[in-house]
Ligand binder design. Structure first.
Ligand SMILES: Cc1cc2nc3c(=O)[nH]c(=O)nc-3n(C[C@H](O)[C@H](O)[C@H](O)COP(=O)(O)OP(=O)(O)OC[C@H]3O[C@@H](n4cnc5c(N)ncnc54)[C@H](O)[C@@H]3O)c2cc1C
Length: 494
């Protein structure tokens, strides 16, 4: 038995030191963060093992009901993705086993039981939320070799051994180090041309106790999530989850919006991609996004400028619109992964830079013209119509327009009793309501509001001190918001 692999070794790590069991019945891929079939290093690694050992491959995708912020919104989006995966794997030699936990604790023991019959287990190396903790616990229960694979971004997380304090520094690093990784993409279809023995069925002892989820029924419209012990006050969002919708979203962005991406700050003419929920749940890969965007721009790797010296413009040698999209997708997105991967305290107030903590402390006692608590913020009951509109969009759609999301955070800082309370409110609302919440970028965005990745600004202001300030009046003056206010204002029908 060899350990040949078609994925970059830098993306692979073993948790614990257990050995492969060549007598196991199958290779087990436990799909946790990157819930898709194509462009998936972890699944590709599992396929490598199955071919190597000449064993069947089982893909196990589970949904627990006891994680923080579990709601109809998140459940439905994930279940739609599971239905897509089932369809995508139905004609393949892979056995797909979807499990949706009916009541708290029912799923306990399932992974260990599946792993007990396996040769080797692969899963995703996601650096945030409850997943790192869950993986450490799983490693204790899995009796065979257990590997985690990093499919997070274009730069493998282990390619950088320091935390970057500013996007500029990270971009400079990427301009020097990213190029070779652009030649190491996951296979668009890791099962193409692969011949594997097929598993007749999973042991009955297992499927009787943990029956496969009836996905066609669960993913149907209208949905019925009432049977699950999750938060039913957060309704499903009006966009569909899953790799099929993700690919459609990418195609329509590339065809209709990409050339106008520069205008994305205009709330009335939103030209951003809308891809963040799909990226978060792993329904689409950043590699696929990169490949489609650069091929539509006629880009080739010779255009990559490793001399760009930290500037976002001129790096990719393509149009301004494409350059700025790639800068968000790569520099800004992967900056957050870099942080979460290396610092366990990424979600703690104390992880803010010293200058930000100092200036916020100096202004904590400043008089606030308005002070709201979590419930008033949550119900969009502030004095500010534009802020309320942004919060209503979050409540209804699970997203906030890109630019207004920054304003949303800055006002929570301004109208909370203290910066620490503001942090708690932002984390709670963002992670509970946003489809793309609970992600490294959630913490990048929320902590950016409080000074992370930013510099000190003048003049020094009440409450904010030297933290960058934003005002609703300026935003409304600078941007076109009339349609946005009509759509999400207090008089709009929901
Ligand atoms: C207070 C606050 C909270 C935020 N919470 C989240 C969150 O929970 N999840 C999340 O993915 N992003 C978050 N962001 C970052 C950003 O707002 C979203 O990534 C972006 O709005 C997603 O929309 P899009 O997919 O249309 O982005 P596009 O503009 O089309 O960008 C493409 C992709 O690039 C990445 N990206 C874009 N802007 C940023 C950014 N500023 N920082 C990091 N990555 C970026 C995202 O993965 C995005 O999907 C937050 C920002 C703020 C200010």
């Amino acid at each position: 038995m060899t350990e040949t692999t078609s994925i970059p070794p830098l993306r692979l790590r073993q948790l614990g030191d257990k050995a492969v069991n060549p007598d196991g019945a199958y290779v087990l891929h436990w799909m946790t963060a990157y819930r898709r079939v194509g462009w998936n290093f972890a699944l590709q690694r599992a396929v490598d093992w199955a071919v190597d050992l000449n064993k069947p491959l089982v893909v196990f995708e589970a949904l627990r009901c006891d994680y923080r912020w579990a709601s109809d919104r998140l459940h439905y989006f994930i279940i739609q993705g599971m239905a897509d995966n089932q369809r995508a794997l139905s004609a393949s030699p892979v056995s797909y086993f979807p499990y949706v936990e009916p009541t708290r604790g029912d799923g306990q023991g399932l992974l260990a039981e599946l792993a007990r019959h396996s040769c080797v287990v692969t899963s995703d190396d996601f650096p945030c939320f409850f997943l790192p903790r869950m993986m450490r616990a799983a490693a204790r229960q899995i009796p065979v070799r257990f590997e985690l694979i990093d499919s997070n971004g274009l730069l493998p997380m282990r390619a950088a051994d320091k935390v970057f304090a500013r996007a500029y520094d990270f971009r400079r690093f990427l301009q020097r180090k990213l190029r070779p990784h652009l030649d190491e993409f996951p296979a668009p279809n890791p099962l193409r041309g692969v011949k594997l023995p097929q598993l007749a069925e999973l042991p009955e002892s297992l499927t009787l106790r943990w029956p496969a989820a009836p996905l066609a029924k669960l993913a149907a419209t209208p949905m019925d999530m009432t049977r699950f012990p999750i938060d039913h006050s957060v309704p499903a969002a009006p966009i569909d989850g899953g790799s099929e919708s993700a690919t459609a979203c990418l195609r329509s962005f590339v065809a209709e919006k990409l050339t106008r991406y520069d205008e994305r700050n205009q709330p009335d003419d939103d030209t951003a991609s809308g891809l963040s929920p799909y990226l978060h749940f792993g329904h689409i890969s950043p590699h696929q996004v990169f490949a489609d965007v650069t091929s539509s721009a006629g880009w080739n790797s010779d255009d990559f400028a490793d001399t760009a010296k930290g500037s976002s413009s001129g790096w990719w040698g393509t149009s301004e619109a494409v350059e700025s999209f790639l800068d968000e997708l790569i520099t800004w997105r992967e900056l957050g992964y870099n942080m979460c991967w290396q610092r366990d305290d990424y979600d703690r107030y104390e992880s803010l830079p010293d200058w930000a903590q100092t200036t916020l402390a100096e202004h904590t006692a400043d008089r606030r013209a308005y002070v709201y608590g979590l419930e008033e913020f949550a119900q969009a009951r502030t004095h500010d119509e534009l802020w309320n509109a942004a919060q209503r969009q979050l409540l209804r759609e699970g997203r906030i327009h890109n630019y207004l999301r920054m304003l949303w955070g800055k006002k929570i800082l301004e109208w909370s009793a203290s910066p620490r309370e503001a942090l708690d409110v932002m984390i709670e609302l963002n992670n509970k309501l946003a489809l793309d919440g609970r992600n490294p970028n959630s913490y990048s965005g929320i902590f950016w509001v409080l000074g992370r990745y930013d510099r000190a600004w003048g003049p020094e202001r009440p409450i904010f001190g030297k933290i960058r300030y934003m005002s609703s009046e300026n935003t409304a003056r600078k941007l076109r918001v009339a349609c946005y206010l009509e759509k999400y204002g207090s008089n709009a029908s929901s």
